[in-house]
Design a binder for this molecule. Structure first.
Ligand code: NAD
Length: 388
């Protein structure tokens, strides 16, 4: 394993003087020193993962809740010890601008609402952490980045795998060529969508979700191929098939498979579906073996199997960490100037553009679409994010 470049070195001498210990090793700071987060949208992810994550975060804390359902918002605020004036509605960004308790606004709404709320929060002077997929159109993603630049605020996309120890471990093994050069990546990201669940109903609605399974699950595979290789695809071919008799898919497509070609010669195959058994897995096939992460991106229980010379070694479980706390702690450190931005809006935009290229190719039954528009990620997560 190479010695990871610490984020101190990346921040330079001035940053290093003030830098904290690695996020994982760092002790929780006093409550008053934590960065305050307002959570926008109190659905499954917010209630199930993010608010609990903020309870164990070391440098971030819940400061406010923002919802269209005042009763629910008041209940969630009370359960989490927030005062009544820390409850906001979706139209309250002017009041939020005056609230120094809130430094970061975390957008956890259906995808089509990300752009509007991100831009309002930025204009209210807040930094924004926005859920994936960043938006439903490339134009919206570009407008979000422009708003962050214009307001001089941070815009981070909530790509939790950039901060997750197992994914970081695989990235470092690949950078170190521990099994020789990587030749091929395979990613499978999908599940069965349940239209009776309101949280899935909007994901099957094109206006709210954008690209259905591709934006919800497939984006993990697109992003993974890129961060595993630390390079960008130059061309894509894709194919889609949706059962016309399946009532779930009136507006969005179901099964999409794609093939990215990378400048190094690596081929990355990706698959997504809202009508197959749950999987969030990837494998990297190298010259001397395979790294199999299955699951690779569940909220917990991820496992890595190293297969060398045809022999599978005992699976390595991912350390039991709260991925969401790590991601929010990273954002808190970015806001404090103590960590570099790893998953900026530009990362979300790159995935949006690649998703569009996949859809364009699939619409032409696998025609090659060039994707070599010159994007390069600014910061390699493997070089700066601590594993433990
Ligand atoms: P959800 O449906 O459970 O919650 C969405 C919330 O938005 C609800 O509270 C709902 O009331 C509110 N809302 C506001 N306007 C709405 C409208 N017009 N239609 C529907 N709901 C509306 O969804 P979720 O699973 O919490 O997902 C929210 C976001 O988080 C999505 O962008 C999703 O892709 C993302 N997400 C990310 C992860 C991850 O691991 N990073 C996991 C799940 C979801």
């Amino acid at each position: 394993m190479p010695n990871p470049i610490s984020r101190r070195s990346l921040l330079g001498a001035a940053g290093a003087a003030a830098a904290l210990a690695p996020a994982g090793a760092r002790a929780a700071g006093p409550e008053t020193d934590k960065v305050g987060f307002a959570i926008v949208g109190l659905g499954k992810l917010s209630l199930g993962q993010l608010i609990p994550g903020l309870k164990v975060a070391k440098g971030a804390k819940l400061a406010a809740v923002v919802s269209g359902h005042p009763d629910k918002a008041r209940r969630v605020a009370a359960e989490n010890g927030l005062p009544a004036d820390a409850v906001y509605g979706y139209d309250d960004y002017d009041r939020m601008a005056q609230d120094p308790r809130i430094q970061v606004v975390y957008i956890v709404l259906p995808n089509a609402l990300h752009a509007e709320h991100t831009i309002k929060a930025l204009k209210a002077g807040k930094h924004v952490l926005c859920e994936k997929p960043m938006a439903t159109t490339i134009a919206d993603a570009e407008a979000m980045i422009a708003a962050a630049k214009a307001t001089n605020r941070h815009l981070m996309i909530a790509y939790r795998c950039h901060y997750e120890p197992l994914n970081l471990d695989v990235m470092r093994r690949l950078r170190a060529k521990s099994l020789g050069r990587v030749r091929q990546i395979n990613t499978t990201m999908g599940r069965q969508a349940d239209p009776s669940d309101p949280s899935d109903a909007w994901r099957l609605d094109a206006a709210l979700s954008g690209a259905g399974a591709l934006g919800d699950m497939g984006v993990y595979g697109i992003s993974a191929a890129r961060y595993l290789l630390n390079e960008e695809p130059v061309a894509v071919q894709a194919w889609a098939w949706t059962d016309p008799a399946d009532p779930r898919f009136k507006e969005t497509q179901d099964l999409i498979n794609w093939q990215f070609r990378f400048p190094s010669g690596v081929i990355a195959n990706g698959s997504t579906s809202f009508a197959y058994a749950p999987t969030m897995a990837f494998e990297a096939i190298c010259e001397q073996g395979r790294l199999v992460a299955d699951p690779a991106a569940f909220y917990g229980g991820n496992r890595l199997t190293v297969v060398k010379g045809g022999q599978a070694q005992p699976p390595v479980p991912a350390p039991p960490v709260d991925q969401f706390a790590r991601e929010m702690d990273w954002m808190a450190d970015v806001v404090r100037g103590k960590a570099p931005m790893v998953s900026p809006g530009e990362e979300g935009l790159q995935d949006m553009r690649l998703m569009q290229a996949i859809l364009d190719s699939a619409a032409k039954d696998g025609a090659t679409v060039r994707t070599d528009w010159g994007y390069r990620r600014a910061v390699d997560p493997a070089a700066v994010v601590d594993i433990a």
